[in-house]
Design a protein around this ligand. Structure first.
Ligand SMILES: CC(C)(COP(=O)(O)OP(=O)(O)OC[C@H]1O[C@@H](n2cnc3c(N)ncnc32)[C@H](O)[C@@H]1OP(=O)(O)O)[C@@H](O)C(=O)NCCC(=O)NCCS
Length: 377
């Protein structure tokens, strides 16, 4: 092959952004100038959403206005509720999200208005709607009626309330809110890129979001957190860690939640989630998943020593969500529910300075073949 092919686009800058900087060697993650450790310590998910959409933190009035806008947009449309009830037994929750996004787009008469002001409204609508879709989906599939959103609860606490029909305590609300902050944005990952490709054709934000959800679904991207849970569940007890991992590696399988295209050290999000996991574990009846994850992490650290393979964000999010009482097939949809803020923020950048994404492919096929009509083949 004479020309180079950038397979996986590794190391290629496909655009410039003011949203996020990652230093994969140092394990640094920065949202628009703010270190993820500071955001996880001090801010709320709503503040981070504002930051990503406006490239600055909100003042009190601006934050209150965004919180109000998100609250107003929480209820599902009648159409979405009816469709969900109709197909509840046939789909998985990521599909429910895709459908919800398409329905919201279909009902928005301004969906093709790509002005910055309108796009920010769409971003808020999508962000507000996703938790209600997932909670409604989860209630209906259990044969339960959906729980209405509560105006006195913040974005994350309201989700847990709608999901479980029980008001989360302060620690649960805060841990989930931090998990939402940690998943909100991550530079040019696969789902964000697919959103940008769609937006770059000047298609609307709803379609670009549907592209991103479809991309996030795969096990090499957002699907990894659910896969981590399945691994930990299959291992079951500490004594099984070694044979299970040896078996996986022997079959050439990857251990989910380990390794990252950009981080060549521990993902800072995994460090923060581990800390939160310890806090939840103090009172959680499900702490065995977290404890086993810690042992698995230690075993893998010894086993993979010398290789740049460390826990990523998905490694601890699985057991943290388990301790919050969230079923494992919602882990990836919850990733989408948070990352919608980063996706839409990147779309805002793309629409504001658009260039159609249209790369090349190196042709390696046959040359100069003689065409033979089908009757003679
Ligand atoms: C995320 C991921 C796709 C990034 O991988 P990448 O940059 O493409 O790295 P490569 O596929 O080139 O892998 C490099 C080497 O590490 C190994 N490796 C990478 N991830 C591994 C894992 N999770 N378990 C075991 N080995 C792994 C590969 O087998 C390869 O080994 P080799 O050089 O002997 O062939 C990869 O680490 C992975 O599949 N992780 C598990 C899925 C996951 O957790 N995804 C969520 C990311 S946030």
């Amino acid at each position: 092959m004479s020309e180079a092919v950038a397979r996986g686009l590794e190391g290629v800058n496909v655009t410039a952004t003011k949203l996020c900087r990652i230093d994969g060697q140092k394990g640094e993650l920065i949202y628009s100038g703010y270190n993820i450790y500071d955001l996880a310590e001090h801010s709320t998910f709503e503040e981070v959403a504002f930051l990503l959409w406006n490239l600055r933190l909100p003042n009190k009035a601006e934050l209150a206005a965004l919180e109000q806008e998100l609250r107003e947009q929480r209820p599902l449309s009648d159409l979405n509720s009816r469709v969900l009830r109709e197909i509840i037994g046939q789909i998985r929750p990521m599909r429910a999200l895709e459908i919800a996004v398409i329905i919201a787009g279909a009902l928005d008469a301004k969906s093709s208005d790509l002005t910055n002001q309108q796009l920010k409204k769409t971003a808020a609508l999508l962000t507000a709607r996703m938790p209600t879709v997932l909670a409604t989906f989860h209630r209906l599939r259990q044969g339960l009626e959906p729980v209405a959103p509560r105006d006195d609860l913040g974005h994350s606490a309201n989700f847990l309330w709608m999901l479980n029909g029980r008001e989360p305590n302060e620690l649960e609300s805060r841990v989930f809110d931090v998990a939402m902050i940690l998943h909100a944005e991550h530079e040019m990952n696969a789902s964000t890129f697919s959103a940008l490709v769609t937006a770059s054709t000047l298609s609307d934000m709803y379609s670009a979001t549907a592209s991103a959800i479809g991309t996030l679904k795969g096990p090499l991207h957002g699907g990894a957190n659910e896969a981590v849970y399945r691994t930990v569940e299959a291992i079951g007890v500490e004594a099984n860690i070694a044979p299970h991992v040896e078996g996986m590696l022997g079959r050439g399988e990857r251990v989910m939640g380990i390794g990252h295209r950009v981080y060549k050290t521990t993902d800072p999000r995994a460090i923060i989630l581990e800390k939160l996991g310890h806090q939840l574990a103090e009172t959680s009846p499900d702490r065995k998943y977290f404890d086993l994850s810690l042992k698995l992490r230690d075993y893998l650290a010894r086993k993979l020593e010398g290789k740049p393979l460390y826990p990523n964000v998905d490694f601890f999010s699985a057991s943290v969500y388990k301790m919050l009482g969230i079923p494992s097939d919602l882990y990836t949809p919850i990733f989408a529910m948070s990352r919608i803020t980063g996706w839409t923020a990147h779309m805002l950048e793309q629409y504001a300075d658009n260039r159609l994404v249209r790369p090349n492919a190196l042709y390696e096929g046959a040359a100069n073949r003689e065409y033979v009509p089908v009757a003679s083949r």
